[in-house]
Design a protein around this ligand. Structure first.
Ligand code: FES
Length: 110
């Protein structure tokens, strides 16, 4: 598991970018639920964590052209992005947030 941050370092309704172990991860929080997806938009190399968190649809909206990515599946719901971004399993333990890196899935998603 890879530690990203303490639970209280990310407020509900916010997203934050982490560069860990060669991964670029956008961590998103809805109430007490955390989700982690690849931070690099699949349309161009911009940070998804800099976009808006869409609470109702549980998506992260790319600030550049507006594609919204599901934080559960990584799949964009609107153009121009058509390719999914990776998703990571999240574990909350001892007051901290971790991701579980699935190396096979990471390779598959590239
Ligand atoms: S760069 Fe993200 S939708 Fe274009």
């Amino acid at each position: 598991m890879i530690r990203l941050c303490a639970v209280d370092e990310l407020a509900p309704g916010r997203a934050r970018r982490f560069d860990v172990d060669g991964l670029r991860v956008a961590l998103v929080r809805f109430d007490d639920d955390f989700y982690a997806i690849g931070d690099r938009c699949s349309h161009a190399d911009v940070s998804l964590a800099d976009g808006d968190v869409l609470t109702e649809s549980k998506e992260l909206e790319c600030w550049k052209h507006g594609s919204a990515f599901s934080v559960e599946t990584g799949v964009p719901s609107c153009l121009p992005a058509i390719k999914a971004v990776p998703t990571y399993d999240v574990v909350v333990a001892d007051g901290a947030v971790f991701i579980v890196q699935d190396k096979n899935r990471e390779v598959h998603d590239r």
